[in-house]
Design a protein around this ligand. Sequence first.
Ligand code: ATP
Length: 250
Amino acid sequence: MIPRDHPRYHSLMQREKLARGYEQGVVVLEGLIAHGRGEAFDYLLGETTIEPARRAIRAAAASLLLASSPVISVNGNTAALCAKELVRLAKEAGAKLEVNLFYRSTERARRIAELLRRAGAEEVLGVEPEAEIPSLSSQRRLVARQGIYSADVVLLAIEDGDRTEALVDMGKRVIAIDLNPLSRTARRASITIVDEVTRALPLLTRELARLRGLGRPELKRRASFDNSANLREVLSYIARRLEEFRPEDF
Ligand code: ATP
């Protein structure tokens, strides 16, 4: 039992969720390593949603509202960490949820779909995928025809760069949530939200509700986004933070 007043309560709870996800066959060991990489970058950000991430969230919300068939791609880590938030976002965005796994087995995909259903999802795609993303050899190429395959906007988190690249090459607008501003995913996505996934999702859902009702021209204006410039701002933020670091402030 993690005491609520522990200074790293949130971070420890997340680790516990992932460890439980591993025991339930939802998370794979490699997913735990990927989380560790994320945690390291979150330290550099100060474990907070920084302004460039908020800007990316605003553009992402406008893009989701403009989309005709948006899809949220779910993997083991995101399902274990924030199934409810994923379902809430999908409802607010009118988006489909699709399971997509690097270390894929039908059993694991089924477990993740079940977790999402228990969190309130009505439909979950990707358990029996019938289409393939061209130019991708990993298991992540397997997708639902009515889901990721035909989506115009795909939101993904904790993803590897190959599939992000392949989705962008298919002409899709890719919104990525990734704590590492240097990753291939971060650099290749159309909009990268450099933030922790459980912090970013509720903010994105709230922004969608706030922007609903705006006309398409205004949404288009808000969806326009310079991802490289934004990533540069994230890196400057981190660099400044390190420059100004004083051990006694912690
Ligand atoms: P790429 O192929 O894009 O360069 P990678 O090889 O780092 O990325 P993975 O090993 O799949 O890809 O790592 C997943 C990414 O997810 C990492 O960049 C990590 O920083 C990020 N990440 C891990 N946990 C979280 C989290 N909770 N929220 C947001 N991002 C996370």
